[in-house]
Design a protein around this ligand. Structure first.
Ligand code: NAP
Length: 250
């Protein structure tokens, strides 16, 4: 088990991609902190699934846009598990704001969750990892940060592009201290929430634009995250690993 005795924190792990990553980390032997903001019941389902695999898991409520709650989540994790080996910044959302009608407050909210929270979490965990001289940080970005998203995605795309800059720059600081910082940029991944707002006809047009002919799954993102967390990721620094079924072939 390549992640045996490791502790992994996954933000926004009560459902969707975060849950897929949390379950994959546990499948490969890790103990997992399942962060959520509102979905306590869903987070506890993920915790139960991990427990059934024989691993330890803990649901921790924390709004990742709140620096006090982020620090409390780090402290809670260290009290319970004594170490943090891998931190996955995943919590995010895309409210599909159209720029001409968007308020400054809406813009700030999207940037706060999809970019600033990544800074808050990295800052909160990096001291612990630096003291130990090891750690992995995996930031979930998006294909929208690489090529722009939908016409109503300017805020989200800007944040997701920002995550790539944050990842590459922090990786330079972190690598000499034994901490590997990388990102994953998924294309369209089938999750309940991200897709429930999009009409079926539109979803079909998305699939038509994917050379592989299907959406990705949270399990597939989870497997890639495990690769970045484990031995396969030991020489990866500041990379943005794209996975999109061929949607963006640069
Ligand atoms: P999702 O199904 O909407 O899940 C979002 C998760 O984030 C939930 O667990 C939610 O928890 C949590 N969350 C939201 N706000 C939070 C906050 N302030 N503090 C803590 N947790 C919070 O989303 P998803 O589709 O899995 O997407 C996950 C990540 O992948 C996002 O960063 C997204 O941008 C990225 N991504 C998704 C796709 C896609 O096609 N789905 C593609 C590229 C990138 P609660 O329900 O408890 O609030």
């Amino acid at each position: 088990m390549i992640l045996e005795n490791q502790t992994v924190v996954v933000t926004g792990a009560s459902r969707g991609i975060g849950a897929g990553i949390a379950l994959a980390m546990a499948r490969y032997g890790a103990d997992v902190v399942v962060n959520y903001r509102t979905g306590e019941k869903e987070a506890n389902v993920v915790v139960d699934q991990i427990s059934q695999m024989g691993r330890s898991a803990l649901a921790v409520r924390a709004d990742v846009t709140n620096e006090i709650q982020v620090q409390a989540m780090v402290d809670t994790t260290l009290n319970r598990f004594g170490r943090i080996d891998v931190w996955v910044n995943n919590a995010g959302n895309n409210p599909l704001n159209s720029l001409p009608e968007e308020s400054s407050a809406q813009w700030d909210d999207v940037l706060s969750l999809n970019l600033k929270s990544y800074f808050l979490c990295c800052r909160a965990v990096i001291h612990h990892m630096s003291q130990r001289g090891s750690g992995r940080i995996i930031n979930i970005s998006s294909i929208s940060g690489q090529r722009g998203g939908l016409a109503c995605d300017t805020d989200y795309s800007a944040a997701k592009a920002g995550i790539m800059g944050l990842t590459r720059s922090l990786a330079r600081w972190a690598a000499p201290r034994g901490i590997l910082v990388n990102a994953i940029a998924p294309g369209y991944i089938r999750t309940d929430n991200m897709f429930e707002v999009i009409e079926p006809q539109r979803l079909k047009s998305f699939i038509d634009a994917i050379p592989l002919g299907r959406f990705g799954t949270a399990e597939e993102v989870g497997e890639l995250a495990v690769a970045l967390a484990g031995p396969a990721g030991s020489y990866l620094v500041g990379e943005v690993v794209t996975m999109n079924g061929g949607t963006y072939i640069a």
